[in-house]
Design a protein around this ligand. Structure first.
Ligand code: ZN
Ligand code: ZN
Length: 480
């Protein structure tokens, strides 16, 4: 039988591709976005004719015409890149894999050290079969994780992290430092107690809007002024947060002028192949790899014995009900970059919110404990996997028109089986000359479909007349 292996991003997983080619040689076809039309055509033809029986690729490879398909493996099944959200068809390759294998009576394997709560819940319910791999490869111990409470520390490097980096440099071992990309939306945090402002209705983080010093919920539209003092501790140092990698790099160079620092983020990996040149440099002569989420993924370097998370707070404060889940995944994933050789690994996580669930459980590598608590909260608040979400995006050049169309849809979609959140301005409220609003619906699958079809059938001509584009996204994975 034939097989398809899906990976989140081909360019980030050359080691996986190399291993498969090592085992199966000529039988492997690799499908990725870097192929020209002609190359893609050739690859698909060879797959369809059975000359290549194993396909490795990113999300669209789930549709590869493999004859007599018996298996689809979805590696890192929790990754958001499996969802195509920006153009039609909007699908999640993981869900397509499950449906496709169900139809052809094959097997879908969803693999992850941090499964999505949707998949994990399906396994708990017995819809999927849960297979645990309780031991790390070759029985290596999990890295020791320490959390630094930055309310008592000094930004951007605590004494503990400085000391551990210094140790590694002296021993000629390597360090990975993760600093999340600048939040696309700023948030306000109290540096004295770590308090982050959340929506009283939706529990998601409120986004800071400099104009008017407002805190806004992008789910339901709730807003309030930034108070002059912290409601939790009375501190008066409230300020917007969200720092990029550049400033961390400067500080790093001040502390360790002799260290070879390789910075990896969207700015330095823009050109084709840049990503690999940077990793090669880190591999051959680098001491510290500093970067965004991309340093958390798939790298397998045995000399890395320390991972430092400069600030876990940016990811925790994304205006998304999955912010905690994403943080847990990110911390677990980046922790996994260390201790892969004979030397034991260590992880230091810096945060102003050491009591956050994602951090408490990441310290003990306790996915099941995390999932249990998180699922309980999701159930109470009516978020997936207990209810489905339908995100409706509105986009147009005239703000008033966009808002009014969003309001009409919001009104038309109300029913006793559906909860309507919003309309609210999207987290990226203005993008490339367009104003963007959204309505978020919670409900069961059938009711959502029915309500959408009915409302859209009635309102679409009006939206078109006002030149507002309306796009529905079932099971959204991001709220941008
Ligand atoms: Zn406070
Ligand atoms: Zn809200």
């Amino acid at each position: 039988k034939g097989a398809i292996v899906l990976v989140p991003e081909i360019s980030l997983t050359p080691q996986t591709v190399r291993r498969f080619k090592g085992w199966f040689g000529e039988q492997v076809a690799v499908l990725h976005s870097g192929l020209s039309e002609g190359e893609r055509y050739d690859a698909w033809r060879m797959v369809r004719e059975g000359m290549r029986r194993i396909v490795i690729g990113a999300r669209s490879a789930v549709f590869a015409p493999v004859p007599d398909l018996g298996l689809i493996v979805v590696d890192e099944e929790h990754e958001t890149t499996y969802k195509q959200y920006d153009t039609s068809p909007r699908y999640n390759a993981r869900d397509v894999a499950v449906v496709r294998m169900k139809m052809s009576k094959g097997v879908a394997i969803l693999g992850s050290a941090t499964p999505s709560l949707e998949s994990y819940y399906n396994a708990l319910k017995g819809k999927f079969v849960l297979v645990r791999l309780p031991e790390r490869i070759r029985g290596r111990p999990l890295p020791e994780v320490e959390v630094v409470d930055m309310r008592k520390g000094r930004w951007p490097f605590s004494d503990l992290l400085l000391e551990k980096v210094r140790e590694r440099l002296e021993r000629r071992e390597k360090v990975i430092l993760l600093q999340n990309r600048r939040g696309y939306a700023a948030f306000v945090q109290c540096p004295d107690c770590g308090h982050v402002f959340r929506c009283p209705h939706c529990r998601v983080s409120l986004t800071y809007h400099a104009a008017g010093r407002n805190l806004v919920c992008h789910y339901c539209g709730f807003r309030k002024k930034v108070p002059s003092s912290c409601p939790n501790c009375g501190g008066v140092h409230l300020r917007p947060r969200g720092l990029g990698t550049e400033r961390v790099e400067e500080a790093l160079e001040r502390w360790f002028p002799e260290a070879e620092v390789v910075r990896m983020d969207l700015d330095t990996t823009g050109r084709k192949g840049a990503h690999w040149r940077l990793l090669d440099r880190f591999w051959s002569e680098g001491d510290v790899l500093l970067g965004t989420q991309m340093v958390a993924k798939g790298l397998d370097y045995p000399e890395v014995t320390l991972v430092g998370v400069v600030s876990a707070d940016v990811s925790l404060s994304l205006p998304d009900f999955r912010a905690g889940e994403r943080t847990f995944q990110l911390l677990t994933q980046v922790a996994g970059r260390t201790g892969r050789g004979d030397l034991p690994g260590e992880v230091v996580i810096q945060t102003y919110s050491p009591k956050e669930r994602a951090i408490r459980f990441a310290v003990n590598h306790d996915f099941e404990g995390y999932a249990e608590e998180e699922l309980r909260e999701r159930k109470a608040l009516g978020y997936p996997p207990f209810k489905r979400l339908l995100l409706i995006r509105f986009r147009g050049k005239e703000e008033a028109e966009v808002r009014e169309v969003a309001e009409m849809y919001g009104e038309a979609l109300k029913s006793d089986r559906i909860e309507v959140l919003g309309p609210a301005e999207a987290p990226l409220g203005r993008l490339r000359g367009y104003f963007r609003w959204q309505v978020l619906l919670k409900g069961d699958h059938v009711s959502l479909h029915r309500a959408w079809a009915e409302a859209d059938g009635r309102l679409r001509p009006e939206a078109r007349r006002r030149e507002v584009t309306v796009v529905p996204d079932m099971d959204p994975v991001g709220m941008l």
